[in-house]
Design a protein around this ligand. Structure first.
Ligand code: NOJ
Length: 517
C-alpha cells in the first residue's frame, strides 16, 4: 500500500489556514471567568496566553451568540450579539484583540442552516401565513394523511424533521430540534441577511468561520421523500443550489483583505462528496467555495493498525484525487473524546503524534492536550439532547477542586480531574508532548507542507514518510500490544514516549515515533 501525495505548490506561500493548527474551544466548558460554574469569554481571555503557549495558530470558538441553549448555542437567537452567559460584545472585542496580540487567529462558529425558534425572524415568520418573513423558513402544508410533509427524520430524538404550528396550520422544517427551525436560503433576503452576519464579525476582525452543517443550506424545493424510506436528512441532502450559495459566501469572505477562511461541516460521506464543497475554478486555484471541509473518517476509526492504515491512506489519496487540502481531527464537542475511545493515555499520546504529523490542517479539541477522558454523567446531570455531555466536561485548570471554576459547574468534572490540570501529573506531561509536537511542526515545514507517502509495514505498525525539499521524516505508530521491530534509521526527533535518542529499531506497544535527523 503506497500512496504518494503531491499537489503542494512550493513556489507561492501556502495560505495561512493550510499551515495552521486549530484549537477548538467549547465555551461553556473551557474556563469560568465570573465564577458561575459556566465557561465564558472572560475565562477564555485569561487563558489566551496558555493557548498561545501550546503553539497552535488559531482558535475555533463554538457558538457564543444569544441563544436559549436548547442545543447549547447551536440554536442562535441573534447572530450579532453575545449571550449574557458568555459576556458581552465588548468582551468579544477584547477576546479578538487579545488573540491577535498573542499571534493567534480566531474563527467563530457560524450556524447558517437554522436559527433558534426565538430568533426574531422566526417569531415574525410563524406569526401568520402572510408575514413578510413567512418564506424565510421552510413551511409546508400537511402531507396527504394530515401528517408531516415528507419522511425525513430529525437528528435528535425519535421524531420527524417537521413540527406542526397550530396557529397557522402548517408544518415547519427542522433537521435538528423543533427549537432549531431551518432557514430558507433560497429566499434572496435570507441569503443577504446571513451575509450581513458574516460581515458583522469580519468587520470586528475575526479571521473566519467554522460553518455548521453548511451542506444543508440548499434544499430541493420539492422536499421529496427519501427514496429508501424514513431516514436522516442530515447525511443525504446534497443539493446543487448549495454550491451557488457557497460561492456567494466566498465572495463575501474574499472581499476582506485579511484572508478570512471558512471550514465547513459537511456530513456527506461518499468519496469526493465533501471535497466538492470546496469548489473549483477560482483564479488562485484554491477553490471558490469553502476553504476546508472537515474529514470525520479519523474520528470513526478504532485503535487498530488496519483501520488507521486505511484511513490515513484514504485521506491522502482523496486529497490527490480531488485536488483538495485535507483536515484531520480525532475529537470534537459531538463525540466521546479519543482518550476515552482508545482507552488509555499511552494511546492518546501516540494519537497526538499521528494527528500532528499528517499532511492536513489539524483541529485539536481543547482538553485533549491534557489527556482528558469523558466525564461520567449521572442520569440526573444529563443536559444535552444529543447525549454528548461527557466530552463537554469542564476543563480542570487547577489541581485542587474546584479546579479554577465556580460551583456548581454546569457539568461534572472527569474522574481524577486534578491530575489532568496543566500542573497535574497527566496534564503536565501531555501538554509537554503537544507543545513539543507543535513546536516541531512550526520549525519543520516538512510536517506542514511536505508530501506524504505510506511506508509498507507488517502487523500492527502503520508508517508514513513526509518529504519537503531535502528534509525527510518518517513516522511510525504501533497500534498493537507487543513490541514490533521496524527498520527506520535515524534519531527519534520526537515521540510519544521518548525523544532525542537514536531509534533502536523496536517500536513498543502504543508507541509512536518521528524518526529523522
Ligand atoms: C453540528 C454541531 O457540531 C452540533 O453540535 C449541533 O448540535 C448541530 N450541528 C446542530 O447545529
Amino acid at each position: 500500500m503506497t500512496t504518494t501525495t503531491s499537489g503542494t505548490s512550493h513556489e507561492t506561500p501556502a495560505p495561512w489556514w493550510k499551515e495552521a493548527v486549530f484549537y477548538q474551544i467549547y465555551p461553556r466548558s473551557f474556563a469560568d471567568g465570573d465564577g458561575d460554574g459556566v465557561g465564558d469569554l472572560a475565562g477564555i481571555i485569561e487563558r489566551v496566553p496558555y493557548i498561545a503557549s501550546l503553539g497552535v495558530d488559531a482558535i475555533w470558538l463554538s457558538p457564543v451568540f444569544t441563544s436559549p441553549m436548547h442545543d447549547f448555542g447551536y440554536d442562535v437567537a441573534d447572530y450579532c450579539d453575545i449571550d449574557p452567559v458568555f459576556g458581552t460584545l465588548a468582551d468579544m472585542d477584547r477576546l479578538i484583540a487579545c488573540c491577535h496580540e498573542h499571534g493567534l487567529r480566531i474563527t467563530l462558529d457560524w450556524v447558517p442552516n437554522h436559527t433558534s425558534l426565538l430568533h426574531e425572524w422566526f417569531v415574525e415568520s410563524r406569526s401568520s401565513r402572510d408575514s413578510p418573513k413567512r418564506d424565510w423558513y421552510v413551511w409546508r402544508d400537511p402531507g396527504p394523511d394530515g401528517g408531516p410533509p415528507n419522511n425525513w427524520r430529525a437528528e435528535f430524538g425519535d421524531m420527524p424533521t417537521w413540527t406542526f404550528d397550530e396557529t397557522t396550520g402548517q408544518y415547519y422544517l427542522h433537521v435538528f430540534l423543533p427549537e432549531q427551525p431551518d432557514l430558507n436560503w433560497h429566499h434572496p433576503d435570507v441569503e443577504a441577511a446571513m451575509h450581513d452576519t458574516l460581515r458583522f464579525w469580519l468587520d470586528r476582525g475575526v479571521d473566519g468561520f467554522r460553518a455548521d452543517v453548511v451542506h444543508l443550506i440548499g434544499k430541493d424545493p420539492a422536499l421529496a421523500d427519501l427514496p429508501d424510506g424514513p431516514g436522516k436528512a442530515l447525511t443525504t441532502i446534497d443539493e446543487p443550489a448549495t454550491h451557488r450559495m457557497l460561492r456567494g459566501i466566498r465572495t463575501v469572505l474574499d472581499s476582506y483583505e485579511h484572508e478570512p477562511m471558512m471550514v465547513g461541516e459537511v456530513c456527506l460521506f461518499r468519496p469526493g462528496q465533501a471535497a466538492s464543497y470546496l469548489g473549483d475554478g477560482s483564479p488562485d486555484g484554491e477553490g471558490d467555495e469553502l476553504h476546508l471541509a472537515f474529514d470525520f473518517r479519523a474520528t470513526y476509526a478504532r485503535w487498530e493498525a488496519e483501520r488507521f492504515g486505511r484511513t490515513i491512506d484514504a485521506i491522502q489519496r482523496d486529497a490527490v484525487e480531488y485536488d483538495s487540502w485535507p483536515t484531520w481531527a480525532l475529537s470534537n464537542h459531538d463525540l466521546p473524546r479519543h482518550r476515552e475511545r482508545y482507552g488509555s493515555g499511552d494511546r492518546a499520546r501516540a494519537a497526538a503524534v499521528m494527528l500532528l504529523t499528517q499532511r492536513a490542517t489539524p483541529y485539536l479539541y481543547a482538553g485533549e492536550e491534557l489527556g482528558l477522558p469523558d466525564a461520567v454523567i449521572p442520569p440526573e446531570a444529563v443536559v444535552d439532547p444529543g447525549g454528548r455531555d461527557g466530552c463537554r466536561a469542564p476543563i480542570p485548570w487547577a489541581v485542587d477542586a474546584p479546579h479554577g471554576w465556580g460551583e456548581p459547574t454546569w457539568l461534572p468534572f472527569v474522574d481524577d480531574a486534578g491530575s489532568h490540570a496543566p500542573d497535574g501529573e497527566i496534564g503536565s506531561s501531555m501538554t509537554d508532548l503537544y507543545r513539543r509536537l507543535l513546536q516541531l511542526r512550526r520549525t519543520r515545514p516538512v510536517l506542514r507542507l511536505g508530501d506524504q507517502q505510506q511506508i509498507e509495514t507488517d502487523g500492527t505498525v502503520v508508517a508514513w514518510s513526509r518529504t519537503f525539499g531535502g528534509d525527510e521524516l518518517r513516522i511510525a505508530v504501533n497500534f498493537g500490544s507487543e513490541p514490533v521491530p521496524i527498520a527506520l534509521d535515524g534519531r527519534i526527533v520526537e515521540g510519544s514516549h521518548r525523544n532525542d535518542v537514536a531509534f533502536d529499531g523496536v517500536l513498543q506497544p502504543d508507541e509512536a515515533v518521528i524518526v529523522g535527523s
